[in-house]
Structures are given as structure tokens and as C-alpha cells.
Design a protein around this ligand. Structure first.
Ligand SMILES: Nc1nc2c(ncn2[C@@H]2O[C@H](COP(=O)(O)OP(=O)(O)OP(=O)(O)O)[C@@H](O)[C@H]2O)c(=O)[nH]1
Ligand SMILES: [Zn+2]
Length: 360
């Protein structure tokens, strides 16, 4: 799980080897593709999206037309420049690439900068840990995959995902799987007030790509967007991703042979291209899988960030006394008043409980 490795340990590459003067031009096996000019100046950098990370090596996709010298789309392998040693580089980052950006077998480019991020999904090891780990950059959406049963859905875990998404500036979606095993509605009622789009699935749904089906509706929601998929182990996230990302369209994010380290294991995050309506016109969606996320600490999120995850309670929170902590012992907290006078029903009271667990 490369993103779990603290960034300062993520830097085991002998950079000297790849310093400008030492980079050798390698023979280009693609005879019809002009060898890309070396790019010593950063102003010449080509932008590529980071699709895979493996201990100091990055897979990046240069989109068709992004490079005036070579209009072909290609996946390349890159190392980071020494000056970026302490800069986290994560899936979804738009990397500024120089050096050999041809993508030819054995070639190695260099990341010399990271474009400003639109959004940034972060986590900490646990709630008391204020050290944040950067997970994914530039995601537009978070698809929270949760099972109606087996494993039992946990309100608190979904709350945490929602808070992380709102804190990152990412729009959440929920996919509830295994609705053949249990009625998902009581669980979903906890989030009804948030108006998060919800997809419900059962076995067979992922083999049925017909219009109006749940798979087609998820595809439509992914079109033109970058969506990070999160979920507890066993909820069916891999099953869904395999349905969305046929092997042939994968940009696997695997790092090429130059590393000698082989393919990505299933435990590292990757960006995968999903066929979506309009894909042919370049409007494909990106699915970012984050396997092996065992904990989702929110130690780095401020109280304000947590409150943003509870937009359904916002009108009440606005009525609280100035400086209200909204905790159990907060005097005159409007949340208690609303539970007492019935403005919040049992589900609403559950939301307050969730909020307080995260805030304390
Ligand atoms: N009953 C039922 N089983 C399902 C459904 N969707 C997936 N499963 C099963 O649930 C199990 C877990 O599915 P995976 O896709 O491997 O789950 P995952 O979330 O990727 O789990 P990890 O690989 O551990 O991260 C598999 O045995 C699936 O066949 C469903 O809608 N109903
Ligand atoms: Zn309050």
C-alpha cells in the first residue's frame, strides 16, 4: 500500500542515476514514433495524470493531444525529481513530466512538479493522529460501496467517508450492494436527509448493462468524472469495478520493467478508465480504487470539516449559541432541543449521535 508509506520513506530511488546528465537515450522500438526530444527546461514539461504509484516509481498517462511533439496517448513510467523528495505525489495528480516521455519500453521520465490540485482526499492513521496522509488528488466524486448485509453496514463508517469527502471538496455517492440479503432502506434512512445519490444492487445487476439498469446508471454518473471508490473489505467493490472496467480498457497503472519490481499488487491504489456513455468522444470516467484501506482516520479534519459532513443538521447548528461545541454536555445545544421537541426523529437523533462520536 504505497500511499500508506510515509512520504519520506517513499524515496528509495537512487536519483543520481537519473540526473539530467546521466539519462541515456534508449533505442526507440516504435519506429514510426519520433523520439521525444529531451525536455531539460521545466517550461517544456508535459502534463500526465498519475495512474499508479509503486515505491518511488509512478505510472502516468499522457492524454492524446497533451504533448505537441507526440500527440499519441501513452502511459509512461517516471521517477520524481530530487527537489520533490518531500512532496507527496498521489494517484490523480497532474504531474509535470520531463526527460524521456516517449513511453517506450524501458524509458523513464522525471516528475518535476505537480499541478495545483482541485481536490485532495486525505486520511490519518487514526483519529488521534494529526499527521495526514494524502490519498487521492483531483477526484470529483467518492462512491461509497456498502453492503446491505455480510458484512453488516455500519453507519459510523459511512459517516466517516462522508466527512472525508466533504472535507476534501468531493461529492459523495452511495452504492449499496447485496440487497438480496437484507432490506437496505433502514440503513439508508440514516443518510436520506443528505440527498446523496444512492444505487442499489443485487446479484445479476453487474452482468446486465441494459439502459436504465443500475450498472448503466452508475456508468452515467461516472462519465467525465474521476471517482474514488471506497468500501469495507467484502462489500463487493471489486465485483463492481470489474463490471465497470473491462480488461481491454484498463490503464492498469502498472509500472514498467525499468523498476524491476513487477506489477502493482492488488493492495495499491490505481486509476482505471471506465467505459461510460460518451467514452468514444473522450468523455470516459476514471475509477480510482483504493484497496486495503483498513482505517479512515479523521485526525486531520477540523470540527468545521466534520460539520460539513452533516449538512442535514446545518439549519439546527445555525441556531446554536455562539461557540457551541455541539457535544453531549454543551449547554443549550439546539441539537438536544430538536430531539426533545421532536423536530429530529429517531433517525435524526442517530445522526446527532454520529456527529458527536466524530466530534469528541
Ligand atoms: N449475495 C450477494 N453477494 C455479493 C453481491 N455482490 C458481491 N457479492 C459477493 O461478495 C463477496 C465479496 O465481493 P468482492 O467484490 O470481492 O468484495 P470487495 O469489496 O472487493 O472485497 P475485498 O476484495 O476484500 O476488498 C464475493 O463473494 C461476491 O461474489 C451481491 O449483490 N449479493
Ligand atoms: Zn450545538
Amino acid at each position: 500500500m504505497s500511499w500508506l508509506i510515509p512520504d519520506d520513506e517513499d524515496d528509495d530511488v537512487p536519483y543520481g542515476e537519473y540526473a539530467d546528465h546521466a539519462v541515456r537515450q534508449r533505442p526507440n522500438p516504435k519506429a514510426n514514433r519520433p523520439r521525444t526530444k529531451r525536455r531539460p527546461e521545466h517550461s517544456d514539461a508535459v502534463i500526465g495524470m498519475v495512474t499508479g504509484v509503486d515505491r518511488g516509481r509512478y505510472a502516468a498517462l499522457i492524454a492524446a493531444g497533451a504533448d505537441p511533439e507526440d500527440p499519441d496517448e501513452r502511459e509512461i513510467t517516471a521517477a520524481r525529481a530530487r527537489e520533490l523528495r518531500n512532496t507527496p505525489i498521489v494517484i490523480g495528480d497532474r504531474a509535470q513530466l520531463v526527460g524521456d516521455t516517449s513511453g517506450a519500453e524501458g524509458s523513464l521520465a522525471r516528475i518535476v512538479g505537480i499541478e495545483d490540485r482541485r481536490t485532495l482526499l486525505r486520511r490519518s492513521a487514526d483519529d488521534s493522529d494529526r499527521v495526514e496522509r494524502v490519498m487521492v488528488a483531483n477526484a470529483d466524486q467518492m462512491l461509497i460501496v456498502v453492503a446491505a448485509a455480510n458484512p453488516e453496514p455500519r453507519v459510523r463508517l459511512v459517516d466517516r467517508y462522508l466527512v472525508a469527502a466533504y472535507d476534501a471538496g468531493i461529492s459523495p455517492l452511495i452504492c449499496i450492494t447485496k440487497t438480496d440479503l437484507a432490506d437496505p432502506e433502514p440503513f439508508l434512512a440514516n443518510f436520506a436527509a443528505l440527498e446523496v445519490p444512492v444505487f442499489r444492487s443485487q446479484p445479476g445487476d453487474w452482468e446486465d448493462d441494459s439502459p436504465g439498469g443500475v450498472l448503466a446508471r452508475i456508468r452515467a454518473a461516472l462519465a467525465g468524472k474521476t471517482t474514488v471508490f471506497v468500501g469495507h473489505s467484502g462489500v463487493g467493490k471489486s465485483t463492481l469495478i470489474n463490471a465497470l472496467v473491462p480488461e481491454a480498457e484498463r490503464a492498469t497503472g502498472h509500472v514498467n520493467a525499468v523498476t524491476g519490481r513487477g506489477r502493482h499488487t492488488s493492495s495499491s491504489s490505481v486509476a482505471l478508465r471506465a467505459r461510460t456513455p460518451g467514452s468514444a468522444s473522450g468523455d470516459s470516467g476514471w475509477v480510482i480504487d483504493t484497496p486495503g484501506v483498513r482505517s479512515f482516520g479523521l485526525g486531520h479534519v477540523t470540527s468545521e470539516g466534520i460539520l460539513r459532513g452533516f449538512t442535514d443538521l446545518a439549519p439546527l447548528l445555525d441556531e446554536c449559541p455562539r461557540g457551541c461545541t455541539h457535544l453531549d454536555d454543551a449547554p443549550d445545544c439546539e441539537l438536544d432541543a430538536a430531539i426533545a421537541d421532536g423536530r429530529l426523529d429517531a433517525t435524526g437523533a442517530g445522526r446527532v449521535e454520529s456527529l458527536r462520536r466524530l466530534l469528541h
